[in-house]
Design a protein around this ligand. Structure first.
Ligand code: NOJ
Length: 546
């Protein structure tokens, strides 16, 4: 009798993030759209083999922050299509057995959202309290010292009504006041709207930001050199962000959201994944809820900034395992639309090992579009910069990881129709070699490695839900672990060194190599003396061991 526990689609599956502006342009305006995503669903489900897509925002928006400034939570920006195309996208995605996760942006709306237009129209407008308004501080000037993530103070003076409003990001992104129950009700109505249209889940933008200190105290200075594994954020790092986000009242909101999702999960489980940049594991883990009754998963971003060395990677994996509340499900992220491209961070050999790591660890992997072909960070000339963050704080721009998907070596890399006059961001110079069509033909390409990894993972229960067990007797620059389920045992051995290494596992017998990151090795291996070439990772079924 099988002891296999029931696992849900978002636990066994692999999520693929699509940045809609940059995936596929079906109209020839140089910007990707939802029809373009539909056109590429066969690539995602059959060629690549992922299980779910997460769409970054496609809502009506003035695009001050490329869609993370939402002007209508229940519609589609005409640039991307309309609700009919969205419905078709959901239907076609489901037909292929894939799931659809959409981005929910609850912390702030656009300053062009009718709610904010009303709110700022007068102090006694019924929607005034839907946003965070405050009088000047005692010495005049902003009410407190809070800073915007995107640089400068988090407060904008409104001359007409004589108060400041809070914006944790751009001034065009005013923070909603989640202490007002009407705000929660309105946002939950939007959630219901999309659930009823068939979406399978939500990625929740800066989920921890929505509740701030009700007394709005000043943040203390950050005097230490903060052991931050994440990218430095400029002046924003001069404070400890004790009061401007993450107030414990946030948990009641996510408990309520979870109830709403559960009410809509009779036909199939719906999922909530929080974008939560918290590097204290214990605080991070609270977002699962004490009774696993809040978010299904807070994103785990800690591999994004890890020094690429076996002990550091292992430390993160085991810290997450230790922090998880009983029964909670882990996850890993190696790239997204806010981060330097994986292949640029780690180089080509590192990117191959990272692919194996991400797809063999215990937990849900999230892939970022283009990482499967090794797209690199594209240098953007100043006159083509789009990202408001990069314009405000030089060096922090995110355009380089948002460039158009490279489909083929032809004009516009197959992203836009050939006669499209200009793309919203430039293509990478190397797109004639680094593209889907070319890599499909090249037997040992990165894309073929991802395809094999996804296929092996899908066919191997131990990799989908098996336990994780580290192997200690390995050279210090190798990371070696076992995944096991239902009597099936898979050894993963990653050699991070630029030289050959031998992993000696005394007493272990034969293994069957399922996959090498070099894609040139299969079949029997002697696990008592497992030789790994420079930068080679192997994934091996254990036939007999200790
Ligand atoms: C996090 C998103 O990932 C990022 O792209 C956006 O700029 C901010 N939140 C503000 O919404």
């Amino acid at each position: 009798m099988s002891t296999t526990p029931a696992h849900l689609w978002w636990q066994t599956g692999v999520i693929y993030q699509i940045y809609p502006r940059s995936f596929q342009d079906s109209t020839g305006n140089g910007v990707g759209d939802l029809r373009g995503v539909i056109d590429k669903l066969d690539y995602l489900s059959e060629t690549l083999g992922v299980d779910a897509i997460w769409l970054s925002p496609f809502y009506p928006s003035p695009m001050a922050d490329f869609g993370y400034d939402v002007a209508d939570y229940t519609d589609v920006h005409p640039l991307f299509g309309d609700l009919t195309v969205f419905d078709e996208l959901v239907a076609q995605t489901h037909q292929r057995g894939l799931r659809v996760i959409i981005d929910l942006v609850p912390n702030h709306s656009s300053d062009q959202h009718p709610w904010f237009i009303e709110s700022r129209s007068s102090r006694d407008n019924p929607r005034r309290d839907w946003y965070v308004w405050a009088n000047p501080g005692s010495a005049g000037g902003p009410p407190n010292n809070w800073l915007s993530v995107f640089g400068g103070p988090a407060w904008e003076w409104d001359e007409a009504t004589g108060q400041y409003y809070l914006h944790s990001f751009l001034k065009e992104q005013p923070d909603l006041n989640w202490r007002n129950p009407a705000v929660q009700a309105a946002m939950f109505d939007a959630v219901r709207f999309w659930l009823e249209r068939g979406v399978d889940g939500f990625r929740i933008d800066v989920a921890h930001f929505i509740m701030k200190d009700p007394a709005m105290r000043d943040n203390p200075p950050n005097r230490e050199h903060w052991r931050d594994l994440h990218k430095p954020l400029g002046d924003y790092d001069s404070q400890l962000h004790q009061y401007d986000k993450g107030h414990p009242d946030v948990h009641a909101v996510y408990r309520a959201l979870r109830r709403l999702l559960d009410e809509h999960s009779a036909d199939r489980p719906r999922v909530s994944i929080g974008e939560i940049h918290i590097f204290d594991w214990d605080v991070w883990a609270t977002y699962y809820g004490a009774g696993l009754d809040e978010l299904h998963m807070p994103f785990n971003f800690q591999l994004l900034g890890v020094p690429w060395a076996a002990p550091a990677i292992r430390q993160i994996v085991e810290a997450q395992e230790a922090a998880l509340p009983p029964g909670a499900w882990p996850n890993y992220v190696l790239g997204n639309h806010d981060e330097t491209r994986l292949a640029t961070r780690l180089g080509p050999a590192g990117a191959r090992l990272a692919a194996m790591l991400l797809l063999t660890l215990r937990g849900t992997p999230t892939l970022y579009y283009g990482d499967e072909i090794g797209m690199t960070e594209v240098p953007i000339p100043p006159e083509r910069q789009q990202d408001p963050w990069g314009r405000r704080v030089p060096g922090l721009g995110r355009d380089g990881c948002r460039t158009p998907m490279q489909w083929d070596p032809g004009p516009q890399a197959g992203f836009s129709p050939p006669d499209t006059p200009a793309l919203w961001l430039p293509l990478a110079d190397d797109y004639r070699q680094v593209n889907v069509a070319h890599e499909l033909q090249a037997p040992t390409s990165l894309l073929n490695l991802y395809r094999r990894l996804l296929a092996v993972r899908r066919a191997t229960p131990a990799l989908q839900w098996g336990r994780y067990r580290p192997v200690d007797d390995a050279p210090s620059d190798c990371y070696v672990y076992v995944r096991e389920a239902d009597g099936q045992r898979v050894l993963v051995a990653l050699n991070l060194a630029a030289e050959e290494r031998t992993v000696s596992l005394p007493g272990w017998g034969l293994g069957d190599v399922l996959l090498s990151t070099h894609l040139d090795r299969l079949g029997e291996a002697d696990l008592s003396r497992l030789r790994l070439r420079p930068h080679e990772g192997i994934c091996c079924l254990v036939i007999d061991d200790e």
